[in-house]
Design a protein around this ligand. Structure first.
Ligand SMILES: C[S@@+](CC[C@H](N)C(=O)[O-])C[C@H]1O[C@@H](n2cnc3c(N)ncnc32)[C@H](O)[C@@H]1O
Length: 285
């Protein structure tokens, strides 16, 4: 006998279809378990008894869309999160990047900016900041606005400082922000070399050639097909020998694109774009 879909499955599919067709937010290839949890949270916060009710509400009241997107995405982040990753960047990746006269770094899924500011600070400490452009992309517009503002609650700075120290920093994190407006305001000159933009790994294309891509704690929310789509973008965007950093629970190992990369620092989840597999005329190295 043919299995019938549950009401919850049908409601989730229709809700995701509505978000996509009306607002171009495409969550259809996110991992199912996480989607159910996020959608349940959205129903709770927006006082809807079911996903059908939430679908009706978001279609007829576009002003609630940012609240829905807040629920559907996870904004947990910190500066120098997983310090060992940044320590490996400092010790092992930076020496290779030094050989390029100019650099482009893409932080995909930048949340409220913690990761891109961490990299910008690290690059400044290592003397590479002035020759680097950073691209920080994100689907959640509210998060992007906060990222661009670069102001964090002062209470968070103690943890950020402890993380920073563990990356082998010789100076203080306080050199890169000032306390004002009840928060820590990231040094304006750091922001001057960062382009913040809306970009979805689910629907958008490559926009420039990169030497380092850091996409951490984003792909865990995607199914294998969408992870593969993302890896394909990264493969196309990276110069030969360029670096790809993932989150602690993410891997390229099961991807159809694994062959285009070689493990560089397995423990810290850093790969390198293999030589010789890039399309003609797209190599900047
Ligand atoms: C848990 S945060 C990770 C932030 C940061 N990279 C880190 O590791 O601390 C995941 C981010 O990915 C963003 N995101 C989710 N789907 C995305 C997509 N399709 N394209 C780009 N960013 C996405 C979310 O909005 C969220 O800001």
């Amino acid at each position: 006998m043919k299995e019938t879909a549950t009401v919850e499955d049908i409601e989730l599919d229709l809700f995701l279809e509505a978000l996509h067709r009306r607002y171009h937010y495409d969550f259809r290839a996110y991992s199912r378990g996480s989607l159910f949890r996020r959608a349940e949270l959205a129903c709770e916060r927006l006082h809807c008894d079911s996903l059908s009710a939430l679908q009706d509400k978001v279609l007829h009241h576009p002003e609630i869309l940012p609240d829905v997107i807040d629920c559907m995405t996870v904004q947990v982040s910190e500066m120098f999160r997983d310090p060992a990753y940044f320590a490996a960047m400092r010790q092992h990746v930076i020496p290779h990047l030094r050989t390029f006269p100019s650099l482009k770094v893409w932080v995909a899924g930048c949340s409220e900016g913690e990761e891109v500011y961490s990299l910008a600070i690290l690059f400044r400490e290592e003397g590479l900041f002035d020759r680097t452009m950073f691209y920080a992309t994100e689907i959640n517009r509210r998060a992007l606005v906060r990222a661009e503002a670069g102001i964090y609650p002062i209470e968070r700075m103690a943890d950020f400082t402890a993380n920073h120290q563990k990356t082998g920093a010789r100076n203080s994190l306080a050199d890169h922000y000032t306390a004002a407006y009840g928060g820590a305001v990231i040094d304006r000159s750091l922001r001057s070399r960062i382009v913040f933009a809306e970009h979805s790994l689910a629907t958008d294309q490559v926009f420039s050639e990169m030497h380092l891509i850091s996409c951490r704690n984003v792909l865990i929310y995607f199914d294998q097909n969408l992870q593969d789509r993302s890896f394909c973008l990264f493969q196309d965007a990276l110069v030969r020998g360029g670096f790809l950093g993932l989150g602690a629970h993410e891997t390229l190992r099961f991807s159809a694109h694994a062959g285009a990369f070689t493990p560089f620092r397995e423990t810290e989840r850093i790969w390198r774009r293999s030589a010789g597999q890039r399309k003609e005329g797209t190599d900047a190295a």
